[in-house]
Design a protein around this ligand. Structure first.
Ligand code: DQA
Length: 142
């Protein structure tokens, strides 16, 4: 089964971006860890990153069209702003798991609202790169 792992704005800079908050792992490191775990779970990973909201909307539609089993979505700051992502998640039948490296609830007030979380099946946040691994394990059980 196929799992989409979609990453939003600024996540291309992981590794050097505010490492005290987001950790030292790069997105490539996370991709490698996910691929290792996916092999054990007999899953295939399609991991992408974009700084553009519309790309993420298109990829959510594509995940359904390709029959993906689930989407792991770290929408970055679009989490807190994007009705378009909220609506795209609602528009597809493919289950979406919201993922965050940090725990937005312990941070600035503007991170306390999640339009992604309102539409997602569930959320994993606050465990750094491990958030993605836990979300993958959840998706494997769908
Ligand atoms: C993030 C949390 C968001 O608030 C922030 O805008 C990000 C990263 C996380 O993974 O912790 O870009 O999604």
């Amino acid at each position: 089964d196929l799992i989409y792992v979609l990453n939003g704005p600024n996540l291309n800079l992981l590794g050097t971006r505010e490492p005290a908050i987001y950790g030292a792992d790069t997105l490539d490191d996370i991709a490698g860890m996910l691929e290792d775990r996916a092999r054990d779970l007999d899953l295939e990973i399609d991991l992408r990153q974009s700084n553009h909201e519309g790309h993420l909307v298109d990829w959510l539609h594509e995940a359904q069209a390709r029959g993906a089993k689930a989407v792991l979505l770290n929408a970055g700051a679009f989490t807190h702003t994007s009705i378009a992502l909220h609506d795209a998640i609602k528009a597809i039948r493919t289950p979406v798991i919201e993922v965050h490296l940090s725990n937005p609830h312990t941070r600035e007030d503007f991170r306390h609202v999640s339009f992604v979380g309102r539409a997602a099946k569930g959320t994993v946040a606050g465990f750094g790169a491990t958030s993605y691994m836990l979300a993958l394990d959840a998706a494997a059980r769908f």
